[in-house]
Design a protein around this ligand. Structure first.
Ligand code: SF4
Length: 344
């Protein structure tokens, strides 16, 4: 079989370079359930963490993923970073299926795609000084001499506004505030010059007074480096502040997806409307939301039939009980998975 030469490879590489940086195609992640420590798993007993999700993140853009606990946000982030593998579907990074990567190609991907986690005290080894914590990714990827690495660590501390940088080199995590340590977490994620940064609830554990500072810093660095970013948050105000595109997830599925202003200013899916109605607004004169729903969250265990939101939806219809709603366009680049807008 003829090997593809430069002439045949070029169009594919050009297409990948112009296409989205990250693309998910009908991605599923099911987790098998077990009853008891030694019991065998019964067929069909699984938890649907992510259930048929498709979307793309253009290069240099920011996607916000919002939804309540257990909706699959974090599982999706772990899939996109290949920390876990999909049960079905494909995840493409620069046009390459992540499941095909191994060895040096997988190591190169690990360098290009980084994760910033929610709890900065868990992200940094408590026995490491800041110099050790920030130099570690460089050591893992074999980057630079010891002197080079120290220079990079000092520059990274300065970039996240921890100045004078020299004063932080010998400090341990317990000697820093939560806001300072989350800045170190950001610097650590950026040490190997990634092109994709996924941030999982990056400021939810910080005092309100320092959240804006960290978010502004992240926005500025992403713009300066032309980073592609993904923010996972239950906080719609954060998503509105930092993300161009917003995806609302419910029980492992995409409920609504589109430009942030369209999704949050004119939500179409009843679940998005519920989330926005429940979001706190600093106005004591504002009446309480009229939209309400049962508080219990339906289980993601077992086969889902119909719309995942049917048991909580104030506008449920008979078709919602049997037919899963597909994503349909409800505006320019704006989609919602709801039978209110479909052919039914
Ligand atoms: Fe509600 Fe039906 Fe739309 Fe689901 S498909 S959100 S149950 S109206």
């Amino acid at each position: 079989m003829a090997r593809p030469g430069p002439m045949t490879r070029a169009p594919a590489e050009a297409a990948a370079a112009n296409g989205p940086l990250v693309a998910a195609e009908a991605v599923q992640k099911y987790f098998p359930l077990r009853r008891g420590l030694f019991a065998r798993r019964a067929p069909g007993e699984y938890l649907r963490g992510v259930d048929g999700v498709s979307f793309a993140i253009p290069r240099g853009s920011s996607l916000g993923i919002a939804g309540e606990s257990g909706c699959g946000k974090t599982t999706l982030a772990r899939l996109l970073l290949r920390l876990i593998t999909p049960t079905a579907g494909r995840i493409l990074f620069e046009g390459v299926d992540l499941s095909t990567l191994d060895g040096p190609a997988l190591l190169a991907f690990r360098r290009r795609a980084q994760l910033m986690v929610q709890n900065p005290y868990e992200a940094i080894n408590p026995r490491f000084t800041m110099e050790q914590a920030l130099a570690e990714p460089l050591v893992i990827h074999g980057i630079g001499t010891r002197e080079d690495r120290l220079d990079r660590v000092i520059a990274a501390l300065a970039q996240v506004n921890l100045r004078p940088a020299d004063a932080f080199l010998d400090k341990y995590p317990h000697q820093l505030s939560g806001g300072q340590l989350q800045r170190v977490g950001l610097a650590r994620a950026l040490m190997v010059d990634p092109i994709f940064l996924a941030a999982d609830e990056p400021v939810s554990m910080l005092d309100v007074s320092v959240r804006a500072g960290v978010l502004n810093l992240m926005k500025a660095i992403a713009r300066a480096r032309h980073l592609t970013t993904m923010y996972i948050s239950h906080d719609l105000s954060l998503v509105r502040y930092v993300c161009e595109t917003t995806m609302i997830m419910y029980l492992g599925t995409v409920a609504e997806l589109g430009p942030t202003e369209a999704v949050l200013a004119s939500p179409k899916h009843p679940y998005t409307q519920l989330l926005l109605a429940a979001a706190p607004v600093p106005d004591p004169g504002r009446p309480l939301p009229e939209i309400t729903a049962p508080e219990q969250v339906p289980t993601p265990i077992g086969p889902g039939i119909g719309c995942p939101f049917q048991d909580r939806c104030p506008q449920v219809m008979p078709v919602c009980r049997t037919v899963p709603p597909p994503l349909v366009f409800v505006g320019p680049k704006h989609e919602a998975a709801c039978h209110l807008y479909g052919p039914h």
